[in-house]
Write a protein that binds this ligand. Structure first.
Ligand SMILES: [Zn+2]
Ligand SMILES: [Zn+2]
Length: 395
């Protein structure tokens, strides 16, 4: 790249350039060992690149290596830590104010299992990377949204395929995508079939829970049996939020789906960016976005009270009995406070009476999204730590 830039500078005839030309010729005349002038030249080149770009793509080209500075000992460790801390802080700062969010979430993850996923532009293949990130995403998603449920749908050979039923148990969801041989990519994807399948699995859900679809899409085509715009409008009317992470390029229909339903759209530029786009969807979405795009009469849906039960945990030594969810003999489990039937895991909906069974830590963990903790002052924390140490050591 650098020789090209120099050519460009010499050809250009801006008044600004003349200084630069003078400068470059001067530094050319000098011996190469002169470090300071070299550095100045580099600086000059950098500012020039900002002023007049030879190519448009250079505009988005961040010279990340130039922001990294060595410390006194010549180590990059502090710079790297600083960058990481900055990233963490940015994530913490993002939801600074209290926003109305849906904490009981229902998400259908639609995975592209078409032939285009065997492409190797992302290492090792798009398919393997998608599965790996999907697993990490599911784990993180359940950690942040313990009251949520995820279902998995695959798109291959022109059909929508139910890979995993809607479940609030992360282990069950992970198990559904654990075997990669069952998900081997083939044929064309069908957006419409997959979305219709996802929509039908969420049609029974109560209004206080969110309905979301997340599509990981590697193809540039879709093979649909009917008009996908009808599917889109039915998604809008049933308040389903569609988000798409594309791996190839932007497709108009994908962008339209996200815009109309209030979801997010992004095209992954590389492996890291793919993960970032996916993990941006982990925190619960703000509810106002949906109401705004729908343009309904009321701006804020009424707040309803909903019934939840705190279950009784059975001790491990209790006599084995049948659970209502799997019909298996087990000692451990939880008792529904309303109908006293036994379920294996919480949070869940009771299979007998339909009551939502949650434990208080789950509720507390979801609650922090509604009232985010104010960003702390790093100095104050250090002071507190110091004080804590002083108290512990009796100083
Ligand atoms: Zn069970
Ligand atoms: Zn019950």
């Amino acid at each position: 790249m650098p020789p090209k830039k120099d050519d460009h500078m010499e050809i250009d005839s801006d008044s600004d350039i003349s200084i630069d030309l003078e400068h470059t010729s001067k530094s050319k005349g000098k011996s190469k060992a002169s470090k300071s002038s070299e550095k100045r030249k580099a600086d000059k080149g950098k500012s020039k690149a900002k002023d007049t770009q030879a190519y448009t793509w250079e505009a988005s080209f961040a010279r990340s290596w130039e922001t990294v500075q060595e410390d006194e000992a010549g180590s990059l460790q502090t710079s790297v830590e600083d960058l990481m801390a900055r990233g963490r802080r940015r994530r913490l700062l993002a939801p600074a104010s209290a926003i109305r969010r849906t904490i009981i979430r229902h998400l259908v993850l639609i995975l592209d299992l078409s032939a285009s996923m065997t492409d190797r532009d992302m290492r090792p293949t798009r398919f393997d990377l998608m599965l790996q990130y999907a697993r990490e995403f599911i784990t993180e998603w359940f950690d942040q949204n313990p009251l949520g449920q995820i279902g998995v749908v695959g798109m291959r050979a022109g059909l929508g395929e139910r890979v995993g039923e809607m479940s609030g148990n992360p282990q069950e969801v992970l198990k559904s995508i654990a075997d990669r041989h069952k998900l081997e990519p083939t044929g064309e994807p069908s957006l419409q079939n997959a979305i219709e399948m996802a929509r039908s699995s969420m049609s029974h859900l109560p209004t206080h829970s969110s309905r979301e679809i997340l599509i990981i899409y590697g193809s540039l085509t879709t093979c649909d049996p009917g008009n996908i715009h009808e599917t889109l409008s039915s998604c809008v009317s049933s308040k389903i939020r569609i988000s798409v992470v594309a791996l190839a390029a932007e497709m108009k229909i994908c962008r339209e789906m996200c815009d109309k339903t209030g979801g997010q759209f992004g095209v992954a530029m590389n492996e890291g960016h793919f993960k970032d786009l996916l993990f941006e969807l982990v925190p619960p979405p703000a509810q106002r976005a949906v109401t705004r795009t729908n343009g309904g009469g009321s701006n804020n849906p009424a707040a309803d009270l909903m019934m939840m039960g705190f279950p009784t945990r059975l001790p491990d030594a209790s006599p084995p009995s049948l659970c209502v969810c799997h019909s298996e003999m087990k000692s451990q489990g939880f008792l529904c406070p309303r109908c006293l039937s036994k379920v294996c895991d919480v949070p869940t909906d009771c299979d007998i009476c339909g009551l939502m069974i949650v434990s208080s830590p789950h509720l507390a963990r979801s609650y922090h999204h509604l009232f985010p903790v104010k960003p702390y002052d790093a100095v104050w924390v250090l002071f507190c730590l110091f004080r804590e140490c002083a108290l512990l050591t009796g100083l």
